[in-house]
Design a protein around this ligand. Structure first.
Ligand code: WQD
Length: 339
């Protein structure tokens, strides 16, 4: 099956392209390289031995997207392409609503016009805000998102749900990611944030590599075992495999207008300090960090109840947080060596 992977040169997208290939799918990548670069495609080629078709297209460009659907007969779409920096979304909300939502609707329209009936959407646990109950299940009420970024994910889910309800003969799944971390075991692809990383693990690896002076831990006065926030850190390769399982589930669906959402997490929560200690232990490095004030918009604690994805999609996380932190460090060492 030929699968369009939007944002396929990105962090999660590139790892998913590899797993799609491993599972016998035929990925086609589009990416506007806003938050990535062509070296990622080289890495994918070294891992898989294949140079997958790549088109430098912005998903908001309806004409180019439509022309591509006309040229390539896709069997499905996995839609990653979106702006995803929580802090930036607070400063530039219109950019986020325009980019993340217009691109989604362009793709949904193209899929309908060209009878592409399987659609997997990259959503986020941020749609839960700060949940009252933990672990979160898919029935945990969505709360007002803490950022325009998170709100684009919630609105996007509703757009897909309502579109499927209008019976366009589309089967869709939204995957609500928890915190993706790590890199491919070959160190040929990994997380490659442009500029100063806003996410925890790339900031840690750049600090440990001497590219940053020190990590600031945002707050140690939360109601958690050591006072720092709790998250569900999931290895990016496990997350990539969940997308393959989602396509398999859509393929097996007889309901031609099926829509569902799945939490994709390990089901375990760890604090920021527990992650830092694990990073130091598995990699034998000392991390320079200090405790600073809380970061606005952070939820105190969130982690997944993953029964549904385990039972319905037959997927479960296989790698540990330690595996992810080892892979993330090896990736950083390779990046630093190449500089
Ligand atoms: C994790 C924890 C920080 C940096 C967001 C989005 C989510 C997904 C991942 C895109 C928090 C702490 C961080 C630092 C720190 N988005 N931290 N010092 O905010 O949980 O999730 O990014 O893929 O949808 O909501 O991820 O990595 O930014 O933060 O102490 O320098 O690490 O306070 O508790 P977050 P994060």
């Amino acid at each position: 099956m030929k699968i369009l992977v939007t944002g396929g040169a990105g962090f999660i997208g590139s790892h998913t392209v590899v797993e799609l290939h491993n599972a016998g799918f035929e990925p086609v990548i589009i990416d506007n390289l806003y938050n990535s670069n062509l070296n990622v495609l080289e890495g994918i080629k070294k891992i898989t031995g294949k140079a997958f078709p790549f088109y430098e297209i912005d998903c908001n460009d309806a004409e180019k997207v439509r022309a591509l659907f006309e040229k390539e007969q896709f069997d499905g779409v996995i839609h990653f392409a979106a702006y995803k920096a929580v802090g930036e979304s607070v400063e530039k909300p219109l950019n986020y609503y325009e980019n993340n939502l217009i691109s989604l609707m362009v793709l949904l329209r193209a899929a309908q016009e060209f009878n592409v009936d399987k659609f997997v959407f990259s959503s986020s646990c941020t749609v839960y805000g700060q949940p009252e109950q933990l672990p979160v299940t898919e029935n945990t009420p969505r709360l007002p998102a803490n950022s325009p970024y998170g709100n684009t994910k919630a609105i996007a889910e509703d757009i897909i749900r309502d579109h499927v309800h209008s019976k366009p003969a589309l089967k869709a799944i939204s995957l609500r990611y928890f915190n993706p971390i790590g890199a491919h075991e070959t160190s040929l692809i990994g997380e490659l944030p442009n500029g100063v990383p806003s996410n925890l693990v790339p900031f840690i690896t750049q600090t440990a590599a001497g590219l940053r002076k020190s990590l600031t831990v945002f707050g140690s006065d939360y109601d958690t075992p050591d006072g720092t926030c709790i998250r569900d850190f999931i290895h990016v390769v496990d997350l990539a495999k969940a997308h393959v399982k989602a396509l398999d589930l859509l393929q097996s669906q007889t309901d031609t207008n099926y829509y569902d959402v799945f939490n994709v997490g390990t089901g375990e929560g760890y604090t920021v300090l527990q992650l830092i200690n694990t990073f130091e232990e598995v990699n034998g490095v000392k991390l320079n960090y200090s405790i600073g004030p809380r970061r606005e918009g952070d939820v105190e604690k969130i982690y997944a109840q993953s029964d549904k994805v385990n039972n319905v999609m037959k997927w479960r996380a296989e790698k540990t947080m330690a595996d992810a932190l080892r892979d993330a460090w090896n990736w950083q060492l390779k990046l630093t060596a190449e500089k």
